[in-house]
Design a protein around this ligand. Structure first.
Ligand SMILES: Cc1cc2nc3c(=O)[nH]c(=O)nc-3n(C[C@H](O)[C@H](O)[C@H](O)COP(=O)(O)OP(=O)(O)OC[C@H]3O[C@@H](n4cnc5c(N)ncnc54)[C@H](O)[C@@H]3O)c2cc1C
Length: 472
């Protein structure tokens, strides 16, 4: 290894000062492994700029010394995209000090937040002016606007509001040559050719460092209704969603939960209880919201679910009587992964196929995987209305401790092959990072890989922006 990283660190310390250059290994160590603790990296320093100008300085030094940078926000990503390589050849670039909200405009329905702003902080700030940023997910207390943008994150409200791609009005970013792209005007109409903003969304830090983002806001919620329903199959769950959507515009959350996943949550997560008295093979969590205080959203959802019950679409339903019960229903959904981890070894696949094909896909793929790998339990849960399911395969109770390492790759190949044959995506919302790069290379159409490589090379010819991630 060259002494280039040491030279860069030295220059950065002289120009940016000690707060921006952390070299104490005990301060760096918590940030060099991925959130799931599966990939472990190393970095000789953690650079922590406080302004766009400081990011420019760092990127220029990285280009001068040919030292790669690994941008990082909250480090909650699921594909190890923010984890540096183990050989210490790259330097971690923590964006967490760039954490101010530059502006909130209820009139423009826009907020401009720096990359290091934590999602929950943004939620609270826009709520104070009667607005809402309508994207949320389990990691909202730690994940950052820069990370969410760079992974084009989804979450539980995509059904109505889309992923980050729909909610980002513009991006400010430092490009690999040290120039600054300023796209924060939030123009609704701007047809000056290729959209650099859209290229940077979902780029996983491979095309530049996002320093601030203009985000679209909607009016704050006046009330919400959360229901838990029992259904016979994923097909019936989708029928319920379409039934509701034909009659109201208020549905913004719709999550599929198999009985097997609910059983694990009830077994492992303290304080949880089943919402319905009888057993149902599948469940759908439905959330309806309104920004209009005059609308009785609970009564509306109640009467729609009663109609769905009469028509035999659902077997049973209950509406949360208060906010605490609504939160308890969501907890049953949000703690599935935690319950699976408590049960034993689990392989997670974040996949999508077309919405109409998803019900059959879940059932068929689970049967095929269980037949090919006797003893495993395969099932899908999550964002059915987006055609995005977390297809998880659990080791059976008799699996050896090394099951994950011994069988994981074979099972994942099978799942990814099934997804690809169905015209779907092996990464619906978590990105490619390091963890899915080999599968992406194996299965992506040549035209897509060629275009990705060409764009990467055009914008980052020196390869200093998060190499080894996303682009095969
Ligand atoms: C409990 C939990 C629940 C989750 N639920 C969902 C969910 O429902 N839907 C979903 O889509 N995702 C979900 N995620 C994963 C999701 O991708 C992340 O939470 C979030 O998008 C990443 O934000 P972060 O700030 O932690 O980014 P990091 O993990 O730090 O980084 C992620 C990627 O973005 C890059 N990056 C980070 N900041 C910048 C920047 N400023 N400029 C350029 N590149 C940058 C990194 O290099 C890396 O490639 C969940 C994660 C957890 C832990």
């Amino acid at each position: 290894m060259t002494d280039a990283p040491a030279k860069l660190i030295d220059r950065a310390a002289k120009t940016l000062g000690p707060r921006a250059v952390i070299t104490d290994p005990s301060e760096i160590e918590p940030w060099v492994s991925d959130w799931r603790g599966r990939v472990h990296g190393s970095s000789p320093a953690m650079l922590a700029p406080a302004s766009t100008e400081e990011v420019v300085e760092i990127v220029r030094l990285a280009a001068e010394y040919r030292v790669p940078l690994v941008p990082q926000g909250g480090n909650t990503g699921m594909a190890a995209g923010a984890t540096p390589p183990a050989d210490g050849s790259a330097i971690l670039l923590s964006m967490r000090r760039m954490n101010s909200i530059r502006s909130i405009s209820a009139d423009n329905r826009l907020a401009v937040a720096e990359a290091g702003v934590v999602l929950a902080t943004l939620h609270d700030a826009v709520h104070e002016v009667g607005m809402r940023f309508p994207l949320t997910l389990g990691a909202r207390g730690s994940c950052t606007i820069g990370g969410l943008t760079s992974t084009n994150a989804g979450g539980t409200q995509v059904l109505k509001f889309g992923t980050m791609r729909s909610l980002v009005a513009g991006v400010e970013a430092v490009l690999p040559d040290g120039s600054v792209h300023s796209g924060l005007s939030g123009l609704k109409k701007d047809n000056r050719g290729y959209s650099l903003d859209q290229l940077l969304i979902g780029a996983e830090g491979t095309l530049g460092v996002i320093t601030a983002v203009a985000l679209r806001l909607v009016p704050a919620i006046a009330a919400r209704a959360v229901a838990w329903t029992g259904v016979d199959s994923p097909a019936k769950a989708l029928e319920l969603l379409r039934f509701l959507e034909a009659r109201t515009q208020s549905v913004e959350g719709f999550e599929l939960v198999p009985q097997d996943s609910l059983d694990l949550v009830l077994k492992h997560v303290p304080g949880t209880r089943a919402p319905l008295s009888g057993e149902h093979p599948w469940h759908a969590l439905v959330e309806g919201t309104t920004a209009d205080p005059a609308v009785d959203i609970v009564a509306e959802l109640q009467s729609l679910l009663a109609a769905a019950l009469r028509q035999g679409i659902i077997g049973d339903a209950v509406i949360a009587a208060n906010e605490a019960q609504a939160e308890a229903f969501w907890k049953l959904r949000d703690t599935i992964s935690e319950a699976e981890r408590a049960e034993g070894q689990t392989l997670a696949h974040d996949i999508s196929v077309s919405v109409a094909d998803m019900p059959a896909f879940i059932v068929d793929a689970a049967a095929k995987v269980e037949a090919a790998f006797p003893g495993v339990v395969a099932t899908g849960f999550g964002h059915l209305g987006d055609g995005n399911i977390h297809f998880h395969v659990r080791a059976g109770s008799h699996a050896a401790p090394g099951w994950y390492d011994a069988e994981g790759e074979k099972i994942t190949h099978m799942v990814d092959d099934l997804v690809t044959a169905a015209g779907g995506s092996i990464s619906a919302e978590h990105g490619i990072g390091q963890l899915k790069r080999a599968e992406f290379a194996r299965l992506a159409p040549p035209a897509r890989i060629h275009a990705l490589r060409a764009i990467k090379h055009a914008l980052d010819p020196l390869g200093i922006m998060n190499p080894g991630k996303l682009v095969p």
